[in-house]
Design a protein around this ligand. Structure first.
Ligand code: FES
Length: 104
């Protein structure tokens, strides 16, 4: 299991995920969809509401696909470490992953 920490406006929130599981699943477990409208399209890479900044532990993530990059181009406050949580799978050797939600 890998510890995944989401830095949210309400503070740090933790969840454990298995290798291969997507960060979006962790966000749903924490009910971020209800509280922040996070992951609105259900992981189909068409909404950008799962935009996060990867702050730690992102070495094992696959590079973004062209589809993800196109979607990220529509995100507010895009940064170098911007990714879509629905496209990020936990790698087997990841011990801890930290992502931050955008301010708005
Ligand atoms: S959940 Fe919609 S793009 Fe990730």
């Amino acid at each position: 299991m890998t510890e995944v920490i989401f830095k949210t406006p309400e503070g740090d929130e933790k969840v454990s995920l298995n290798p291969g599981e997507r960060l979006l699943k962790g966000a749903y477990t924490l009910e971020m969809d209800v509280r922040y409208g996070f992951g609105d399209c259900g992981g189909n890479c068409v909404c950008c509401t799962c935009h996060v900044y990867v702050e730690e532990g992102g070495e094992g993530f696959e590079a973004p696909t062209a589809e993800e990059e196109d979607m990220l181009d529509t995100a507010f406050n895009l940064e170098d470490n911007s990714r879509l949580a629905c496209q990020l799978k936990v790698s087997p050797d990841a011990e801890k992953i930290i992502v931050r939600l955008p301010e708005s």
